[in-house]
Design a protein around this ligand. Structure first.
Ligand SMILES: [Zn+2]
Length: 344
């Protein structure tokens, strides 16, 4: 087994570059930051920068390190895709060109660079036995912050409530870090909002402070926060070889032309009158909608009318991307039926 993750223990704040990129350059590669806490017997875990173009979590932990404070419990924090974040133009690449997505690699096979990082981090988690694990991301589109968890229970809700008031419970199996939840500990993803949005940086910074200082992050919701919970989203994907474009009118020869304003539907409701985009000659055959069991359920969620794609029921949309590479390689959006929405 390869072990590519290096360690940085209780760094002296005076020796940490004040600039995030200079700090990442100094680290030079995947790094586990280990901070001793007030309580020696307890450990919390965090991962961030799994995607090299999603810096809010890295900014938050960098800010914490500069402050030199001691967390309540021991912290182990992985900064994963440091190489990717520094590749070519900084903070531009989600993954290294030609490599797998780091957040799809937390299950075997671990036989490439992101796989080695994933396998090593899983080993470190089992060594440190944290009480909980947090993975901080940004969305590629604009929109409010939200959490994602594989189980609906108080522990997952309480961790997410340190950051935001939307939570998605998903049974989609992609190989993401959060899916290890339960072994060894509850795990959540927090999407802090857009990667270049200062609000997302603030949400990450303030949420991390609660995560590091609160006595109990799994037994109670933070403050008076209410939590909107959505269930079992599906992914709207393009089939291999299909094409997508973003434009306010249909483009010839394109399988799906999406109006750029669709991004504003992030976490907004979308109903049977909300156009998702213009279909090409292949119609919905260019698309697929998969649920957690891998079944294609397109007809339950979307319908074609007059050459356009519409929801066939009231949906909550999220992770709507206007990045064609992400739409093609991952998915255009996630959708959850509005009727499966609960409020805590
Ligand atoms: Zn991400």
């Amino acid at each position: 087994m390869k072990r590519p993750i290096q360690f940085l223990r209780n760094p002296d704040p005076a020796r940490i570059p004040a600039d995030l990129l200079a700090f990442l350059r100094k680290l030079g590669g995947p790094t586990l930051i280990v901070l001793d806490g007030e309580e020696r017997e307890r450990t919390r875990a965090m991962a961030t920068l799994l995607h090299g173009n999603e810096p809010s979590g890295a900014r938050a932990i960098h800010h914490w390190l500069l402050g030199g404070r001691r967390p309540r419990t021991k912290l182990v924090c992985l900064l994963a895709s440091v190489h990717t974040a520094l590749h070519e133009e900084a903070l531009r690449h989600r993954s290294m060109p030609g490599q797998r997505d780091q957040n799809r690699c937390f299950r075997p096979p671990f036989d490439d660079v992101p796989g080695h990082i994933a396998e090593h981090f899983l080993e470190l988690l089992h060594q440190h036995r944290p009480e909980c694990l947090l993975d901080v991301h940004n969305t590629s589109g604009v929109g409010p912050a939200f959490g994602v968890a594989p189980h609906e229970d108080l522990a997952h809700e309480a961790i997410v409530s340190r950051f935001c008031s939307h939570l998605i419970i998903t049974d989609l199996s992609l190989g993401s870090l959060m899916e290890i939840s339960g072994s060894p500990c509850p795990a959540v993803t927090v999407e802090c909002g857009g990667a270049r949005d200062p609000v997302a940086d603030r949400i990450a910074r303030e949420g991390l402070e609660r995560y590091l200082l609160d006595e109990d992050v799994m037994g109670t919701l933070a403050g008076e926060r209410r939590l909107d919970v959505y269930h079992h989203p599906v992914r709207l994907e393009l089939v291999p070889g299909a094409s997508i474009a973003y434009c306010d009118e249909p483009l010839p020869g394109i399988d799906l032309t999406v109006p750029p304003a669709l991004e504003r539907c992030n976490f907004g409701g979308a109903g049977p009158e909300t156009p998702i985009g213009w279909l090409g000659e292949r119609g919905t055959a260019a698309l697929r909608v998969r649920n957690g069991r891998g079944e294609d359920v397109l007809a339950q969620y979307f319908t074609a009318r007059d050459g356009r794609l519409y929801p066939s029921q009231k949906l909550r949309l999220f992770m709507v991307t206007t990045n064609p590479q992400i739409a093609l390689s991952d998915c255009l959006l996630y959708a959850s039926p509005e009727r499966e929405h609960t409020r805590l």
